[in-house]
Design a binder for this molecule. Structure first.
Ligand code: SF4
Ligand code: SF4
Length: 397
């Protein structure tokens, strides 16, 4: 780490540290190493970027633009012409509000809609259900921060459902067991799942099949769709082969459908464990791959459309239901442009990958009409260019 930083600093006069919030752990560490190796350049951060609040895309673009301009670099950030120096002036966004957050799923993660949104909606619709949520080990264990009054302790990788057979018998609560494909294949299949089928345990098993063992660094597992052994094993077939009577597959972003299937599974108490497979690729892995493919297409001059969700600041009333049911890190809060509205409104950041959850939540939870979907088109066709010009002429957009 020290060698890598020394190599990076070598030959540079000024370095901008991008770090969110205080205390500035990264900045301090970099300053200490720079001093130790005798680097004589300048390290900046607060001069260009807010040191409190969330680092939004707008903050970064503005900060980079000013940093590059002040450093005399020929580089420029598109759409942000360099303005006279604001060095040493505190950015005006210094005291922007911040959304209180627990550790969170990535933007667009397929596990969020299944574990958080659908379970919360199910819970709101059926407060009478005596429910114990058992989260196994994987990214989805972050659900304990959001559903903590309903969750049970983790007793071991893949063994949590087996432990809950005893506790649910004592508490008379039915178990909703959440397990990812990595843990399913590594351990749960031969312990918790076979135990549940053998004892005809009255439980619902939500299997998050995201095709990677994500929490430990995206190792492949038998559900992974690439590689020479891809397709050798199949969760649905394995469960049916072991005698499971109710096995369904669902797209996790279709929250209304996930809730409907949870309700159906919950009502079937006589047939032993019911299995709902929420199938959607880990968004971190998918975004990395798709971003690279998109850039190649753009370089080759092909038309590329990238979708994003946005929140209309004039429609949002600031009740924050979307944050409650969704809590995607791409959603943040901002003061309303309407001086008569005192509540903070929601803003969707450009990091949004348009996974569709916002639209689905707005529909399934009957939220609000503030959300809209746009497509950012690169290398547009002649027809699209003409449409764009016409729109701009007609309505000034
Ligand atoms: S690494 Fe993948 S599975 Fe884990 S939180 Fe991020 S998107 Fe979700
Ligand atoms: S659509 Fe909504 S939930 Fe999905 S990435 Fe964008 S802001 Fe996040």
């Amino acid at each position: 780490m020290e060698d890598e930083l020394a190599e990076f600093l070598d030959g540079k006069d000024e370095v901008l540290v991008v770090e969110e919030g205080e205390p500035a752990l990264l900045e301090r560490e970099i300053r200490a190493i720079a001093q130790k190796i005798g680097w004589t350049g300048r390290i900046v951060r607060g001069e260009y970027l807010p040191i409190t609040g969330e680092l939004t895309t707008d903050d970064l673009v503005k900060g980079f633009s000013e940093f590059l301009g002040n450093s005399g670099s020929a580089l420029r950030v598109d759409g942000f012409p360099f303005e006279p120096s604001t060095r040493n002036a505190q950015p005006e966004t210094h005291y922007l509000p911040v959304v209180p957050r627990f550790p969170n799923f990535c933007t667009g993660c397929p596990e969020r809609p299944a574990v958080l949104t659908a379970v919360k909606i199910f819970r709101d619709l059926h407060p009478e259900v005596r429910l114990e949520i058992v989260l196994d080990i994987g990214c989805y264990i972050m659900g304990i921060y959001y559903l903590r009054e309903l969750t049970s302790p983790v007793t071991g990788m893949g063994t949590c459902l087996a432990s809950s057979l005893a506790t649910s018998f004592l508490t008379q609560e039915k178990t909703l067991y959440v397990v990812g494909d990595g843990t399913f294949w590594a351990q749960a299949l031969t312990t918790s799942i076979s135990n549940a089928l053998y004892h005809r345990q009255n439980c619902v098993v939500l299997i998050l099949e995201n095709f990677w063992t994500a929490m430990t660094g995206h190792q492949p597992n038998p559900s992974t769709k690439v590689g020479e052994r891809a397709g050798n094993l199949d969760i649905e077939a394995a469960l049916k082969g072991m005698g499971a009577k109710w096995v369904k597959v669902v797209n996790p972003y279709e929250v209304g459908e996930v809730v409907r299937l949870l309700e159906e599974a919950w009502s079937l108490t006589e047939i032993g464990p019911r299995f709902l497979i929420a199938r959607g690729e880990c968004m971190l892995e998918r975004s990395r791959r798709e971003r690279k493919e998109r850039e190649q297409q753009v370089q080759a001059g092909r038309r590329v459309a990238e979708a994003h969700f946005g929140v209309d600041p004039l429609v949002c009333v600031g009740d924050h239901s979307c944050l409650h049911y969704n809590n995607c890190p791409s959603l943040t809060v901002r003061p309303s442009p309407n001086p008569l509205k005192r509540d903070l409104i929601v803003q969707a950041e450009q990091t949004c990958v348009a996974c569709g959850l916002c639209g689905s939540v707005a529909h399934a939870a009957k939220l609000c009409p503030s959300f809209y979907r746009i497509e950012w088109v690169r290398n547009p066709s002649l027809w699209e260019r003409w449409q764009f010009k016409l729109r701009r002429w007609l309505i000034g957009v």
